[in-house]
Design a protein. Structure first.
Lengths: 191, 315
């Protein structure tokens, strides 16, 4: 990575912050649901999947129960194809557990406009009728365009629309951290 | 995928074919759900124009479009203005005006989909044109092979039957060659492209091996693909007798046992049982004929998604 880009990047959660946030959220999930017996964790591709796995691991350490895990690709449910020029490869969705009557916790890395979550809820409903759907995100950066809120939040990060919030995880990016990227200052008018 | 139409596979790269396969994997998962429908192509209209009899291809395209929430209109030549003498171009202009976003066309004349593509602003998918091409069949065939073996490259694929008149064989030669398979075309001399053994044919296909002798090419075969033999071929003098064809080219248990023990038996359908395939092997343990049909829906969903996904209304 170029040094100029580094200068515009600010770490807002360290590896330890991410770990502590997940442990706290695991406790919140247990408390809110009076245990974990009726839960199914569904990670949203890409980074929601490893986050859901870690959460399941922590829940197991705390409660001694294996919480069923699923993974969801929302590409086919998105409402913003026309705005995205790159045609993504659709990955497989895997939800083995029967979610009817269960409490589904959707897991994603960043909550922004809420459109991905809307798509994910539609997708989950195609697999059954959950008792309720809850949402866990590592970062809530604001700017919602839909009436959606998270039940469990790692960190609230006020951000500007032209900034970018990136969650990096060991499983996908080689290390754990959350950074905020500022756009480069407008270049001096040259010529 | 950076293309508007799927007319044949001659202009596909191996990467593009693999992109179609990767998306088809996700589509197969949708087919296994209780509710086999996603909102991706909501608001788009797909017109199926079938100017030639077809069950599986037409139903497969219809289900693929409906699973992606597109609206589907079916047109057959017998029930349309074709019987009143309307030209193909006029029909296309009419469908364009009615708001067709994509046309899937099966036509008895080779090249018809290319003509349609010149007049339609939307996408055209060739569902079989004369003796020319049947790209979605070839894609689903290679996808089925990949699903069973995990790869296509290096496999020996024997295609047997009326190669000369087969759009399935032609598109398969393109697809399999691009994916690195070794293709051998087998049939009676009158039904093979006019060329000597081991040379590229004059059909403009990549060079592949050809043989009249099925039994000599079976050892080491990983896939045997039998083609439908149309009975008209005998009437037009290209075959001395059906009995002779059956003796020399029918896939039966004895012939299957000469191939690789893991050999897959494929057929694009509809099968003439007792001619290309002996009845006991048609749906026997080596047969993947039913998988081909299921995979056809996934492949067509993948293609429609890649062609139209950017324009779809989504959820």
């Amino acid at each position: 990575m170029h040094s100029e880009e580094r200068a515009l990047e600010k770490v807002i959660m360290s590896e330890a912050d991410v770990r502590r946030a997940l442990v706290r959220i695991a406790h919140e999930i247990i408390e809110r649901n009076q245990g974990v017996h009726n839960l199914v964790l569904v990670g949203m591709r890409t980074r929601g999947v490893p986050l859901a796995k870690r959460l399941a691991q922590t829940l197991k350490e705390l409660e001694g129960v294996n919480v069923p895990l699923g993974q969801l690709d929302i590409t086919l449910y998105r409402d913003d194809f026309a705005m995205r020029h790159l045609q993504p490869v659709v990955r497989k969705t895997e939800i083995q557990a029967d979610i009817t009557g269960k409490r589904v916790v959707l897991v994603d890395d960043v909550l922004y406009t809420g459109r991905s979550i809307r798509a994910a809820m539609d997708a989950v409903m195609d697999f059954g009728r959950p008792d309720r759907i809850q949402l866990m995100v590592l970062v809530d950066r604001g700017h919602r365009e839909l009436p959606i809120r998270a039940d469990y939040v790692g960190k609230n990060v006020p951000s500007a629309r032209d900034e970018e919030v990136q969650v990096r995880l060991v499983e996908t990016d080689g290390r754990d951290e959350v950074v905020i990227l500022r756009p480069e200052a407008p270049p001096e008018v040259a010529k | 995928m950076n293309r508007k139409h799927v007319l044949d596979l001659d202009d596909f790269t191996a990467d593009e074919i693999n992109l179609v396969f990767e998306n088809a994997d996700a589509m197969k998962e949708i087919l296994s759900r209780p509710i086999k429908r996603v909102p991706t192509l909501r608001g788009l209209t797909v017109v199926n124009m079938f100017y030639e009899a077809s069950t599986r291809t037409r139903v497969s395209f219809e289900l693929a479009a409906k699973n992606l929430s597109a609206d589907v209109v079916n047109i057959t030549s017998s029930g349309s203005s074709v019987v009143k003498g309307e030209s193909l171009v006029d029909t296309i202009i009419t469908l364009q005006a009615l708001g067709a976003d994509a046309i899937v066309i099966r036509h008895p004349e080779a090249g018809a989909p290319y003509l349609v593509a010149r007049h339609l602003r939307g996408s055209v998918v060739n569902a079989g044109d004369g003796c020319h091409a049947h790209p979605t069949q070839a894609l689903l065939d290679s996808y089925t092979i990949r699903e069973r073996f995990g790869f296509v490259s290096g496999l020996k694929v024997v295609i047997v039957g009326d190669i000369l008149h087969s759009r399935v064989a032609r598109s398969n030669v393109w697809c399999l060659s691009k994916l690195g398979a070794e293709v051998v075309l087998v049939g009676p001399p009158t039904l093979l492209p006019p060329t000597g053994n081991g040379q590229s044919s004059r059909l403009g296909l990549p060079p592949v091996q050809q043989s009249y002798d099925l039994d000599s090419v079976l050892p080491g075969a990983d896939v045997i693909m039998a083609l439908r033999l149309q009975k008209e071929r005998q009437q037009s003098g290209l075959l001395p007798s059906m009995r002779e064809y059956v003796q020399l080219y029918q896939i039966n248990r004895t012939r299957l046992s000469k191939a690789n023990p893991r050999v897959l038996l494929m057929h694009p359908g509809p099968i003439n049982e007792g001619i290309e395939l002996a009845p006991d092997v048609a749906y026997g343990p080596q047969s993947v004929v039913a998988d081909q049909v299921t995979n056809g829906v996934a492949i067509r969903m993948s293609l429609l998604y890649l062609l139209l996904g950017e324009r779809g209304g989504g959820a």
